[in-house]
Design a protein around this ligand. Structure first.
Ligand code: N01
Length: 544
């Protein structure tokens, strides 16, 4: 790229661009729009048939976002003014409609190649260009390669004995048939009780002949407090949007609220209980990241929050044995150290006659059979098996592409013993490569659209800085990424997160190194650190 944008040049096989982006979710679309606005030639590659990223793939029954709709969109006023979600927590159908709206309004699709998966990318050190090969046989070159693959783009399917023998319908939640699948009157089994498992179970319970939920770890799910939004409510909410969008750039989680400015340890028992009650009534993630500021760091405070959650939850479950499985007297891990889901009636479904719960810690799966699942305690006949078993989260989207840098090794090989990044956006040995919502950024703890905008703005600034000065190459330095990795781990060590086996630590994938994958210091602190690097001439990067 020179002071003028690279020409979009074609020959039989190749195209030369300024920027190749992978993924047409929030991050990829934000950058497409901004970088095009700078006059750069940009092409997005997207494996799905439409925009939306995870919202293209996650179309299982009940899929909806755990962030409130007003916060789950871009903050640009010309975009939010003409858009409304009809529910506080929008369904996948409405989120897809939002992406179609963005596409139309910003004319995005003309630079997106759908149904095209990027398989390989190689850096050419002599010319400072990336060569990218895709599933459609195309070869594309660009100065910069930006991965916006999201944190949950590589589904994880456990290696259960006999899985291939199952004779009924079997689907991972993130590979759900686009044409839908009717669960009515069927015997449905759901393995997994993360965000996806909770949502699909709620839907299945309402229509299935029988639903069997196979749980390994209880989900300390929080009340969603879903509600429909009429026009008057939306109008009133929109009056507050400018403040809320400003506020969300300054908070821990990229929402328009923050942890309280006090610890659970410093208040009286009565005040603690009243506060727990108040944030419980607000619902959503408020009892997690809008409550006392020591809940995720102090064992005693955390236990108090767990006990409150447990008692509220058990009161909703009729059978004491089921209540003990779903909300045990003694927690299996600290409260909030695994991501809590938002639920609507998840705990009540277990009071229904057509729903049963299997505790896989007591009765592990022995094998999948043609007719269902055999556990140590018996057989469960199924017509449909739902694998709500999660993702090779945070790194999987990046390491599943063969990305080869200057040392001849792939990113997958480089990170096989541990992730190394600078500012969670770049890695040494991979010049001119950036990733958004990737490892060592606040990904798991930040609202997606907020993070996409803030990291996106930083990237736009960096590329503009390079263009202004006729630079053609940047690369994270090894000492900078050692330092960043140490910071990410040190922050995690001040919290209770390491005490749970979660995807935050890669602990859900057999053989994956167990290490903190997210910056847990909060989005606003993270952005300040990124800006500090920029103000010092992009400290931690070698630029030439
Ligand atoms: O995946 P998960 P998810 N045998 O990894 C179980 C985002 N998201 O798709 O906890 C038996 O959380 C596993 O058990 P355990 C969101 O960030 C958002 O639900 O490891 N069980 C767990 O219960 C979310 O956090 C939304 O013991 C096995 C489940 O499968 C992230 O994506 C919606 C197993 C996996 O839960 C991931 O959520 C959906 C095995 N071999 C996703 N292997 C919304 O915003 C795994 N499990 C609404």
């Amino acid at each position: 790229m020179n002071t003028t944008a690279a020409k979009r040049t074609h020959n039989a096989e190749t195209e030369n661009l300024d920027v190749i982006i992978v993924g047409a979710g929030f991050a990829g679309l934000y950058l497409l729009d901004r970088l095009r606005g700078m006059g750069l030639s940009v092409q997005v590659f997207e494996a799905g048939d439409g925009p939306g990223g995870v919202w293209y793939w996650n179309c299982y029954p009940g899929a909806r976002v755990d962030s409130p709709g007003p916060m789950y969109q871009f903050s640009r006023d010309d975009l939010w003014r003409d858009w409304k979600f009809s529910e506080l927590y929008p369904s996948w159908q409405e989120i897809r409609a939002y992406f179609r709206y963005l596409d139309e309004k910003l004319d995005l699709s003309r630079d997106i190649r759908f149904n095209t998966r990027v398989n390989e990318a190689q850096f050419d050190s002599a010319r400072n260009l990336w060569t990218v090969r895709s599933s459609d046989g195309s070869v594309t070159r660009a100065r910069y390669f930006v991965l916006c693959t999201g944190l949950g783009s590589k589904p994880y399917i456990p290696d259960l004995p006999g899985l291939g023998d199952f004779a009924g319908e079997r689907h991972h939640t993130a590979l759900w048939p686009q044409q839908g699948l009717d669960l009515a009157g069927k015997r449905v089994g759901v393995i997994g009780t993360g965000a996806s498992g909770v949502q699909v179970a709620q839907e299945a319970a309402a229509v299935a002949a029988h639903l069997t939920v196979f749980q390994r770890t209880p989900n300390l799910a929080l009340p969603m407090r879903q509600r429909t939004l009429d026009d008057d409510t939306i109008r009133r909410m929109k009056e507050d949007y400018p403040r809320a969008y400003q506020k969300r750039t300054t908070t821990f989680g990229g929402f328009d609220y923050e942890f309280l400015e006090k610890s659970a340890a410093e208040v009286s028992d009565a005040e603690r209980e009243a506060t727990f009650e108040r944030v419980w009534e607000i619902g959503g993630f408020a009892p997690w990241v809008g409550s006392f500021n020591d809940l995720l760091a102090d064992e005693v405070s955390n236990r108090a929050a767990y006990d409150f959650w447990r008692d509220k939850t058990r009161a909703r479950i009729n059978d004491p044995a089921i209540a003990e499985m779903l909300a045990p007297a003694e927690p299996l891990h600290p409260y909030g150290a695994k991501r809590p889901s938002l639920e609507q009636n998840f705990f009540e479904i277990f009071n229904q006659r057509n729903v049963s719960l299997v505790d896989l810690r007591k009765s592990p799966i022995e094998r999948v059979t043609p007719s269902g699942i055999k556990t140590a305690a018996g057989e469960h006949d199924l017509d449909i098996l739902v694998l709500a078993t999660g993702f090779d989260a945070v790194t999987g989207g990046l390491t599943s592409i063969d990305i080869r840098g200057t040392q001849g090794e792939t990113l997958r090989e480089k990170w096989s013993k541990g992730v190394h990044t600078h500012l969670g956006m770049a890695s040494a040995g991979f010049p001119n490569l950036l990733f958004v919502y990737g490892p060592h950024s606040p990904n798991a703890f930040a609202n997606g659209p907020t993070c996409a905008e803030l990291q996106g703005d930083w990237i736009v600034q960096l590329l503009d800085h390079l263009r202004q000065r006729d630079f053609t190459r940047f690369e994270a330095t090894v000492p900078a990424e050692e330092d960043w990795r140490a910071q990410v781990h040190a922050i995690a060590d001040t919290t209770l997160f390491p005490r749970a086996d979660s995807w935050y630590f890669g602990a859900n994938i057999p053989g994956k190194p167990r290490e903190m994958l997210s910056f847990a210091g909060g989005l606003s602190t993270y952005v300040a650190k990124c800006n500090e690097s920029a103000e010092r001439g992009y400290e931690g990067f070698a630029i030439s």
